[in-house]
Design a protein around this ligand. Structure first.
Ligand code: DGY
Length: 327
């Protein structure tokens, strides 16, 4: 009998076919909404493998899945994994790094450009029939080229952003990271800033790319916004919880910073009464960093391969580091 695998979201047909070569597979069509709790419990009671995009894999999830051996997330971030609880039950976790780096970097640049040149705001202005020849200066934005870019979290996506910014836009690149990266500094003409507060004070654009961990939870709060330039543009493509969102709202309302480009929020989907939605100087996207058809398809196939490897006794290439010793 083939092991049973449950997938809690729609995946491309070729990925479903690949999984079906190895497992008995059931896939929940998430366009219909979230799977009802009881139905999920029923699936989990016999699942050896589970594939998801962002569902919390915590104690209460795991206790419904006594046969579970591996969870594969279709994302690079895995802050929704309670790795301690998974370890206690010997459940492997895998994720999908590398395939999305360029796609997320493209979106980061899109947010920087949109916030600086007020693309979303001025798109509405034109479509609402407000364009008048006398407006002139009211439409001015801020240059991206030759500006100073401060990157918090110089991982692979940070490098891809730095490359675009340095060689496409002649930007000056500084970065703050747990560890210094001399090779990256040489290749991308980037400078290392050991103190976060110095990076914040010097940058025209601050881009937050760090993964969410206990150490980066609310890394950017009131004090950090106060350190930034009054016209600084703040971009978050990491996770909403890396920022104190209330402090961000106040910083934008009080003119402590100039503008923001956001792909992620403390609560997702964002609540309709969130003040960020009413601010013309904030570009808001619905957590779509990696969401191009090609990249999402590649991520889903990689996640499927991870699951096949994990459940057939092979070493999955992308087991999360906290659980690497379990495979
Ligand atoms: C990831 O893969 O972690 C991204 O945030 C999904 O868009």
């Amino acid at each position: 009998m083939l092991p049973f695998v449950f997938v809690d979201r729609t995946i491309p047909d070729e990925v479903a076919a690949y999984l079906a070569e190895h497992f008995e597979v059931e896939i929940w069509d998430h366009q219909k909404g979230s799977i009802p709790k009881e139905l999920l419990g029923e699936k989990l009671s016999r699942a050896a493998g589970f594939m998801t995009g962002g569902r919390s894999i915590n104690e209460s999830f795991l206790e419904q899945a006594p046969l579970l051996k591996a969870v594969s997330t279709i994302s690079v971030g895995y802050n929704h994994f309670d790795t301690e609880a998974m370890r206690r039950r010997g459940v492997i976790g895998t994720h999908t790094p590398y395939v999305l780096d360029d796609t997320v970097a493209d979106l980061t640049l899109a947010l920087m450009l949109a916030a600086a040149r007020r693309v979303a705001e001025l798109d509405r202005y034109v479509k609402e029939g407000k364009w008048s020849r006398s407006d002139g200066v009211k439409l001015f934005g801020k240059d991206v080229h030759h500006a100073k870019l401060g990157i918090i979290g110089m991982g692979r996506i940070g490098e891809a952003v730095a490359k675009r910014a340095r060689f496409g836009f002649d930007m000056e690149i500084a970065y703050y990271n747990r560890s210094r990266k001399p090779e990256v500094e040489a290749r991308l003409q980037a400078s290392y800033t050991p103190q976060l507060q110095d990076l914040l004070a010097d940058s025209d654009f601050v881009v937050l790319l760090t993964p969410l961990t206990p150490q980066t939870n609310k890394l950017i709060g009131r004090e950090e916004f106060e350190r930034m330039k009054r016209d600084a543009i703040f971009i978050n493509v990491s996770r909403g919880q890396t920022v104190d969102e209330q402090a961000l709202i106040e910083a934008l309302q009080n003119g402590t910073i100039g503008a923001a480009g956001l792909d992620v929020y403390e609560q997702e989907p964002i609540q309709p009464d969130n003040p960020l939605l009413g601010m013309p100087n904030v570009v808001t996207l619905p957590h779509i960093g990696s969401a191009t058809t090609q990249t999402r398809n590649e991520m889903a196939m990689l996640a499927a391969r991870n699951l096949v490897h994990a459940l057939t006794g092979l070493q999955p290439a992308y087991i999360v580091s906290e659980l690497a010793d379990l495979s």
